[in-house]
Design a protein. Structure first.
Length: 486
């Protein structure tokens, strides 16, 4: 029997498949074992998975999915509409869908929906409010076996319909999988996988270079340099998670638009990237990255203008806002996630001081407590954070819309943005909806709710010469689509 190929990544641990996570490590494991109704294409769009087709009504309220027939879970349990109904209704529960510091993420979208199954191959979701971007939520709605999913040890013995099945307990740190011979998408090229947790990226790169592993993911470019002379295929890509500072829009000074604009103008993103990350990031002048729906093309003149630093104009805006002598700012800063948070905050403090911002930093080591502070809207004036959903709709709804007061919303309000978002929610035409989001993002560039900074650049690599292989725009390793590796 062919030896299994080894994958080294920063973390190897199964979690509840319906937790809300944008961790590429966690999602790679989940996507190997489980399927949802749809899956994300490499270019960011959607293709069929357990749903062979889908359609929605013109108002984006009723969604009908035709399901694949003949699909079974790894233990032989048949998949059908009833199973999918159970899985969607499980996502609606208040105890499901947690992310760091925020419970029931999916419930805010699906909690008032009804699910119907007129036959074994048809699923209908009826929404109380239109969501034209519903697939952005359902891509995380993995089909789970109803008789197992709520057992305490399900994460140790996960059973899905996916391309790979887990062999033995899914012990954190090292997980073994074998190819599913009955996979509806075709048997994958590699018959066996071993996932091994290697926290340090330099060690992951070394394991690949020395032939101990066949795949290494999420490598900073500086660590990936050790692969230059190895027989590997490396691809450099942009992590869609944005590194930002959330601004407290509920209290002074950032309740004032001029002050929010001023700190964005006072920031030299390219200089920060060079100082903190040795240049391994792309500056971000919008709320979402270039790979998001309606994201700015990298060479758009509007983007270039948004990225320009102008401390003289920033100081003028502060004076107009009532701070001619500058303004003190209290900053909350974690020690991880992002790992460069402290160095970043120190570098930013030096930059914006020239425009009159005097930063006082308060460091919080407990990352869960830090997230709960943000979730509870108890930050000081600003805080280091990230924005991770690869969904423009979710970013706007969960973090910008003052009416939803989502988990990460921090007091910002713009009625013009909210009116356009209402229109986008019921606009099923993709091009028309994209134009609406671009209009929203233009408004938010001039009235920024956050200080946007950058997206990391990372490297993923596999053993051998495979020039056609690329990692998807979401940065998640798709093991079902890998070429045959040794």
């Amino acid at each position: 029997m062919t030896s299994p190929i080894e994958i080294v990544q920063a973390r190897v641990e199964f979690r509840d498949p319906h937790d809300c996570t944008d961790s590429a490590d966690a999602r790679a494991l989940l996507a190997a074992v489980f399927d949802a109704l749809v899956r994300r294409r490499a270019d960011g769009g959607y293709v069929s998975a357990l749903a062979s087709s889908w359609a929605t009504t013109p108002d984006a309220r009723d969604w009908t999915f035709k399901l694949r027939r003949g699909v079974s879970f790894h233990d032989g349990t048949p998949f059908n509409a009833g199973v999918m109904r159970y899985s969607i209704e499980r996502m609606m529960r208040p105890d499901i869908g947690a992310t760091l510091g925020a419970p029931a993420v999916w419930r805010q979208y699906l909690g008032t929906a009804s699910v119907e199954t007129p036959d074994d191959a048809t699923l209908i979701i009826r929404l109380a409010e239109p969501i034209a971007d519903l697939l952005d939520i359902l891509v995380h709605g993995y089909a789970l076996p109803p008789h197992l999913a709520d057992l305490e040890d399900f994460a140790l013995h996960p059973i899905g319909t996916g391309a790979y099945r887990v062999e033995g307990p899914a012990t954190p740190g090292r997980i073994r999988m074998t190819a599913n011979p009955s996979y509806w998408g075709g048997v994958p090229e590699n018959p066996g996988l071993v996932w091994r947790e290697v926290p340090r990226p330099a060690d992951r790169a070394q394991a690949l270079a020395e032939g101990e592993a066949a795949i290494a993911t999420r490598l900073p470019p500086t660590d990936a340099q050790s692969l230059d002379d190895a027989r590997v295929t490396a691809t450099r890509y942009m992590d869609p998670t944005a590194i930002i500072f959330l601004l407290n829009g509920a209290g002074r000074p950032f309740r004032v638009q001029r002050v929010r604009r001023a700190i964005n103008l006072a920031t030299d993103r390219n200089a920060l990237i060079q100082a903190v990350l040795a240049g391994a990031a792309r500056p971000l002048g919008s709320l979402v990255s270039e790979v998001h729906m309606a994201g700015d093309p990298p060479h758009d003149p509007a983007v270039s203008r948004a990225l320009e630093s102008n401390r003289q104009e920033a100081r003028q805006l502060l004076g107009e806002a009532g701070y001619p002598n500058g303004v003190p700012i209290v900053v909350d800063c974690p020690t991880s996630l992002p790992d460069e948070a402290q160095a970043l905050t120190a570098a930013l403090s030096r930059q914006v001081a020239a425009a009159g911002f005097r930063l006082e930093v308060r460091t919080i080591a407990d990352r869960t407590a830090y997230a709960e502070t943000v979730h509870d809207k108890k930050i000081h004036d600003m805080c280091v954070f990230d924005s991770s959903p690869l969904s423009t709709f979710r970013v706007l709804y969960e973090k910008i819309d003052s009416r939803s007061m989502g988990a990460w919303w921090q007091g910002y309000q713009n009625e013009a943005v909210e009116a356009l978002l209402d229109t986008a929610r019921k606009t099923t035409d993709l091009d028309a909806r994209t134009r609406l989001y671009r209009e929203i993002l233009t408004i938010l560039r001039n009235d920024p709710p956050w200080l946007t900074l950058y997206n990391h650049e990372l490297v993923a690599a596999i053993a051998g010469d495979h020039p056609r292989w690329r990692i998807g725009t979401d940065g998640v390793l798709d093991v079902a689509a890998l070429p045959a590796l040794k």
